[in-house]
Ligand binder design. Structure first.
Ligand SMILES: [Zn+2]
Length: 314
């Protein structure tokens, strides 16, 4: 009982306190937990100045790593540290092709080549736009036969004993809720919707496991109210707090300021809000920014740390 309370206190402290580096990995291990858990693999952004991996998350079900959301730089290392298993994954969901959301995907695929996986693996990502590739082009230019890592082309054609990737491309222009994994009877269902992130085609994901739902907002400026409907009544809403309140110009076009994050969490009736995607510069006024979030949202607010495991049980 004492150990259980100790772990619970650690969880609460890790969620409540900012920059408590001891929290990384200190909470219950997701791979040893029953029920549904969210593990932060990467709580950072695109700047390597804070000891955080870039964006990546795992949804665990009864101690098995079932869904990977994003694979930014550092996800490869954290995936192993978390005890996640490529063979257990049902789906990889890529939100957009900024490096801090996708750069470690190929490294994880190569690692997975050494796993016990025998079945195909679903992967989803956005259509291309402007200088950004869509999922098919991204896969072709990396692991296609003529790609930079053509030796992994078996993921696309089944050669060499590699398992097939079943790619599903989402049109970010759509504000519909699009199923990307699992039929209506499947234990895990994932839907996607486009979100506004400057000129970058980007999508948010909603992962349903049993009666629990987790929404990953990805990078977005928060200006599209349709996202509030997409995220409605989620048990956990993960949002990226990247810019300060007074940001303007490109930064505001890419990211939602703290007050808008709080408004979205409140309007969508999120059960818990996880703030993530930090860099040194976005942590400068962290307490003030969280206060702006809380001004609008009075639910539980958790600060992401790499490897933090968050239970989503009743
Ligand atoms: Zn981005």
């Amino acid at each position: 009982m004492a150990a259980r309370i100790g772990k619970l206190l650690t969880k609460i402290l890790c969620g409540a306190l900012f920059a408590l580096s001891a929290c990384a990995g200190a909470a219950d291990r997701c791979d040893e937990s029953a029920g549904i858990s969210l593990q932060i693999l990467g709580s950072g952004g695109p700047i390597a100045d804070d000891g955080r991996a870039s964006s990546a998350y795992v949804v665990w079900v009864d101690g098995r790593s079932k869904v990977l959301i994003d694979a930014g730089g550092g996800a490869f290392l954290r995936f192993g540290e978390a005890g996640a298993d490529f063979a257990e994954l049902d789906h990889i969901a890529i939100s957009h092709f900024h490096t801090d959301h996708s750069a470690d995907l190929v490294a994880l695929l190569k690692s997975g080549n050494f796993s016990a996986r025998k079945r195909a693996l679903g992967i989803s990502g956005p259509n291309g736009g402007g200088p950004f590739p869509g999922l098919p082009d991204y896969l072709e230019s990396t692991i296609g036969q003529d790609g930079a890592y053509g030796y992994l082309s078996g993921y696309l054609d089944g050669s060499g004993g590699l398992v097939l990737l079943e790619a599903l491309t989402v049109d970010p222009g759509s504000r519909e809720s699009i199923p990307v994994s699992g039929d209506s009877d499947a234990p895990i269902q994932i839907t996607a919707t486009g979100v506004p992130h400057g000129i970058v085609p980007a999508i948010a994901y909603r992962v349903r496991v049993g009666n629990k739902e987790l929404v990953f907002a990805s990078d977005q400026n928060g200006n599209d109210d349709e996202f509030i409907e997409f995220a409605r009544d989620a048990d956990v809403l993960v949002m990226h707090m990247v810019v300060p309140e007074n940001i303007a110009g490109d930064g505001r076009n890419l990211h939602a300021p703290p007050s808008r994050i709080g408004q979205i969490a409140a309007a969508s009736n999120a059960g818990m809000l996880v703030l993530s995607h930090f860099m040194a510069r976005s942590l400068r006024d962290f307490d003030a920014n969280v206060a702006l979030v809380r001004k609008h949202y009075d639910g539980e607010v958790v600060t992401a740390e790499d490897l933090l495991c968050i239970g989503v049980d009743d």
